[in-house]
Design a binder for this molecule. Structure first.
Ligand code: ATP
Ligand code: MG
Ligand code: MG
Length: 279
C-alpha cells in the first residue's frame, strides 16, 4: 500500500481529470476516510504551475463552507504534489445529469441555490472558481452540494500549454463564459455564466453550445444564440428560464451582479413561477 507523507494510505482511484488523479484514502493519524488528489507528475516540473498551485491551495484553505469540499492538507511525496480533502461519498452532478436529466425543476433549483451559496462564499474571499461544471460538483447521499476543484482551476486556465494539449481540460470550454472563451480574465461574472450553463443542462439535458472542437464551442459562446430552454423542455417555468437568460448574457456587465442576486431570483422563482419573459 502506498502511504503518503507517512500518513495517508491510498485505497482506490475515485476519479481523475486532466491534471490529477483522485484517490479514496485513509488518514491513519485521524483514522478517517479522505480524498487525496495527486497532481500528475508532468506538472511538477513547471515552476510557474507549482507556485500557482501553492498560492491557490492557500486560498482554498481559507474557504470554510458547508457547500465547499474542505481542504485538509497539502504535501509532496516522491516529487508529486498532493492535496488532502474531505471525502464526498456520492455522485458528481455530471453522473446525475447523465442518469436522470431533465431533473425536476425544484431539485434543479435547490442544487443551483447550494452552488450559489458556495460561490458567494468564495467570491466574498476574492476567489473565483473559473471551472464551474457538473464534474466539479459533488452530491452527498442526502443531496447536499459540495463544490470542489477550487483554485486549482486557476492554475490550469492560466497555463496555455495545458489548455492546448489536455482534452479533459478542454472539456470545460462548454461552461466557459464568453470572456474566458476569448482568453480574457475571469471574474465573479464568469462563474455566474457557468452556473447558468449548469442550470440549463440540468433542465434540458443539453448544453447551450457544443461543437467539434473547443475553438468552435468558444466561438459560439462569443457569437451565437442558444436555443431557449423552454423550447427544449416546456415544463420549465418562465421565471426559471429568465434566470438562465440573465446568467448567459454575453456582456458580463449585463449579467447578474453577484451570486446572491442569482440565489434570490431562484427563491422567487420557486415561490412564484409565472412571470413575463426576460428580453
Ligand atoms: P477535471 O480537470 O476534469 O475537472 P481534476 O483533475 O481537476 O478534474 P477533480 O475535479 O478535483 O480533478 O476530481 C476529479 C474527480 O474525482 C471528480 O469529478 C470526482 O468524481 C472525484 N472527486 C474529486 N474530489 C473528490 C472528493 N473530495 N470526494 C469524492 N470524490 C472526489
Ligand atoms: Mg475537476
Ligand atoms: Mg480541475
Amino acid at each position: 500500500i502506498k502511504r503518503l507523507g507517512g500518513r495517508y494510505e491510498l485505497e482506490t482511484v475515485i476519479g481523475g481529470g486532466g491534471m490529477a488523479v483522485v484517490y479514496k484514502a485513509l488518514d491513519t493519524l485521524l483514522n478517517r476516510t479522505v480524498a487525496v488528489k495527486m497532481l500528475r507528475a508532468q506538472y511538477a516540473g513547471d515552476e510557474e504551475f507549482v507556485n500557482r498551485f501553492r498560492q491557490e491551495a492557500q486560498s482554498a484553505a481559507r474557504l470554510s463552507h458547508p457547500n465547499i469540499v474542505s481542504l485538509y492538507d497539502v504535501g509532496m511525496s516522491e516529487g508529486e504534489y498532493y492535496i488532502v480533502m474531505e471525502y464526498v461519498n456520492g455522485p458528481t452532478l455530471k453522473d446525475v445529469i447523465r442518469e436522470r436529466a431533465p431533473l425536476p425543476v425544484p431539485e434543479a433549483l435547490d442544487i443551483t441555490q447550494q452552488i450559489c451559496d458556495a460561490l458567494a462564499h468564495a467570491h466574498d474571499h476574492r476567489i473565483i472558481h473559473r471551472d464551474v461544471k457538473p464534474h466539479n460538483i459533488l452530491l452527498t447521499q442526502s443531496g447536499q452540494v459540495k463544490v470542489t476543484d477550487f483554485g486549482i482551476a486557476r492554475a490550469v486556465t492560466g497555463n496555455t500549454i495545458t489548455l492546448q494539449h489536455d482534452t479533459s481540460v478542454l472539456g470545460s470550454v462548454h461552461y466557459f463564459s464568453p470572456e474566458q472563451a476569448r482568453g480574457g480574465a475571469a471574474s465573479v461574472k464568469s462563474d455566474i455564466y457557468s452556473v447558468g450553463v449548469v442550470l440549463y443542462e440540468m433542465l434540458t439535458k443539453q448544453l447551450p453550445f457544443s461543437g467539434d472542437s473547443p475553438v468552435s464551442v468558444a466561438l459560439k459562446h462569443l457569437r451565437d444564440r442558444f436555443v431557449d430552454p423552454r423550447d427544449i423542455n416546456p415544463d420549465i417555468p418562465q421565471s426559471v428560464e429568465n434566470i438562465i437568460l440573465r446568467c448567459l448574457v454575453k456582456r458580463p456587465e449585463a449579467r447578474y451582479p453577484d451570486m446572491r442576486a442569482v440565489k434570490a431570483d431562484l427563491q422567487t422563482a420557486l415561490d412564484n413561477p409565472d412571470v413575463p419573459k426576460f428580453v
